[in-house]
Design a protein around this ligand. Structure first.
Ligand SMILES: Cc1cc2nc3c(=O)[nH]c(=O)nc-3n(C[C@H](O)[C@H](O)[C@H](O)COP(=O)(O)OP(=O)(O)OC[C@H]3O[C@@H](n4cnc5c(N)ncnc54)[C@H](O)[C@@H]3O)c2cc1C
Length: 73
């Protein structure tokens, strides 16, 4: 019998780049994952990301939205 205790294999606290990367890897390992995020990334004041290969100039919010889509998939 399934209980609430085994609804998820992992809980990731924080949905920034680190947490979403962890969720992506866990999902690919066929683990059921929930991400809990307060929605306050440390780089929120920055208009653009710099020096991040392949994402140079991208707004951080766009980067996180794409990361959430990728992890959800
Ligand atoms: C002003 C600024 C500009 C920057 N510019 C760049 C740049 O141009 N290029 C670059 O490569 N790097 C940049 N960085 C660094 C980059 O932002 C960080 O390396 C990156 O955000 C770290 O990702 P993270 O997932 O560890 O943390 P964060 O992005 O801070 O995400 C953590 C998330 O977890 C949530 N959280 C934390 N505690 C809890 C809790 N108890 N419960 C629920 N949710 C929680 C927060 O709300 C947040 O959404 C910048 C940083 C700052 C401060």
């Amino acid at each position: 019998m399934k209980t609430n205790n085994d609804a998820y294999d992992a809980v990731v606290v924080g949905g920034g780049a680190a947490g979403l990367s962890a969720a992506l890897v866990l999902g690919r390992a066929r683990r059921r994952v929930v991400v809990i995020d307060a929605g306050a990334p440390r780089n929120a004041p920055a208009a653009h990301m710099q020096g991040f290969l392949s994402r140079d100039g991208m707004p951080p919010a766009v980067f996180l939205a794409e990361g959430r889509n990728e992890a959800t998939g």
